[in-house]
Design a protein around this ligand. Structure first.
Ligand SMILES: Cc1cc2nc3c(=O)[nH]c(=O)nc-3n(C[C@H](O)[C@H](O)[C@H](O)COP(=O)(O)O)c2cc1C
Ligand SMILES: C=C(O[C@@H]1CC(C(=O)O)=C[C@@H](OP(=O)(O)O)[C@H]1O)C(=O)O
Length: 363
């Protein structure tokens, strides 16, 4: 199934942006885990639409209802199912798009694949809206991981050409919490101001802008993962590319490593506190697909929002001729800042799955 990922921890996301509800089934959660619903709701609120002029004007409560798997706030071992009702759909915004696919969105490919049956209102099943249930699963995974000393955090590393600082060599839980508490999730607030100005400038010009999310995970043991196709990078990348608008994933220095020398890029091993560690972390905590015990560091490149309000060239599918398209509706002028908790969620889900494998499904 294409909307499902995971090995022992299977996460299946369902629904369409303008359908009645969206939701998630999480199978394989260890039993007996208390889930702090206040903390989970605060996590979901970080992604929620309609909070400011920097995001889509669609307003949703994003309040999950748990149908199974959670009894008195504790996981019971059965598959957990949570749904979020959709409440603020403006489906008429999408009437004209049935015939004229939006450049950069999935309208055309969904039309080809599903023979014109695709529900593309609000992006349908391809919508960024589906990242809300993903955050339910990942928010739960984050709580289970943090109880075991594994912390996952992220920040907006760039918008357009404006860059935030990078995470330090050893990011702490306190740093992750501090960024998560900010209305705009950056390390350097001055860079954050410039990013926000850039997003507004793009929006005023009926345009959109892309960005990069940097994510790190600390506290993982060395030795998780498999070589070749079962590597930690492979597993993370496969899931991260499921987030709409992700067009690139890099680990450690990623593409910059290709411009560096071995003498710069190798991370020297040292004994510290009786453990093998590395002095630098160009590898992003993964060697040969297997965790080294250093923090995992990854970055996702988010493209600029495809739905922009300027006139664009497209085609009329019914007439088979070129056409012009002007999109009316409520869209994010930038996706990347709202994707920060989503990248955390997906990373946490994959890492919990990997840890469960090492512990035969329970730990
Ligand atoms: C949190 C989030 C919000 C998004 N908001 C919008 C939006 O308002 N308008 C839009 O056209 N695309 C938006 N997208 C991106 C589209 O869903 C995505 O580009 C589209 O489904 C095509 O998938 P692809 O870009 O991965 O190829 C959003 C994505 C995410 C993750
Ligand atoms: C609703 C959310 O984002 C939506 C993601 C999205 C898309 O095409 O991905 C398009 C917009 O949908 P609509 O036209 O219905 O307002 C966004 O608002 C959300 O993130 O919860």
């Amino acid at each position: 199934m294409s909307s499902e990922f995971g090995s022992l921890l299977k996460i299946s996301v369902f629904g369409q942006s303008h359908g009645r509800a969206i939701g998630v089934v999480v199978d394989g959660l260890p039993a007996g885990e208390a889930i702090d619903l206040e903390e989970l709701n605060a996590f979901l609120a970080r992604r929620k639409p309609g909070k400011s002029h920097l995001s889509t004007a669609r307003r949703e409560a994003d309040a999950p209802v748990f149908l199974s798997g959670l009894e008195n706030g504790v996981t019971c071992g059965a598959p957990l199912c949570a749904v979020i009702e959709n409440g603020d759909q403006h489906s008429s915004d999408y009437d004209a798009l049935q015939d004229k696919p939006r450049p950069g969105h999935a309208d055309y490919t969904a039309f080809v694949k599903w023979g014109g049956q695709a529900d593309m209102r609000g992006g349908g099943h391809f919508s960024g809206r589906l990242t809300a249930p993903l955050c339910i699963a990942g928010g739960i995974a984050k709580q289970i991981l943090s109880r075991r000393g594994v912390y996952v955090g992220a920040h907006l590393q760039s918008v357009g050409t404006v860059a935030d600082a990078l995470f330090p060599l050893r990011p702490t839980k306190e740093l992750f919490d501090a960024v998560a508490a900010k209305p705009f999730p950056v390390l350097d607030d001055q860079a954050g101001e410039r990013m926000q100005a850039l997003i507004l400038e793009a929006w005023k010009n009926l345009d959109s802008v892309g960005g990069v999310v940097e994510c790190a995970a600390t506290g993982l043991p060395a030795g998780l993962g498999e070589p070749m196709f079962g590597g930690v990078e492979n597993r993370l990348a496969a899931a991260l590319f499921g987030i709409p608008a992700v067009k690139g994933v890099e680990f450690g220095d990623g593409f910059a490593a290709a411009r560096s020398r071995g003498s710069e890029n190798n991370d020297p091993f040292v004994m510290e506190d009786g453990r093998v560690q590395t002095q630098t972390n160009h590898a992003g905590g993964i060697l040969g697909g297997i965790t080294s015990g250093m923090p995992i560091v990854l970055r996702t490149a988010m493209k600029p929002t495809p739905s922009i309000a300027q006139p664009q060239r497209t085609v009329s599918l019914s007439a088979g001729e070129n056409a012009e398209l002007v999109i009316h509706g409520r869209h994010d002028p930038c996706i990347a800042h709202r994707a920060v908790p989503v990248v955390e969620a997906v990373t946490a889900a994959v890492l919990l799955d990997l840890l469960l494998e090492g512990h035969h499904g329970t730990f």
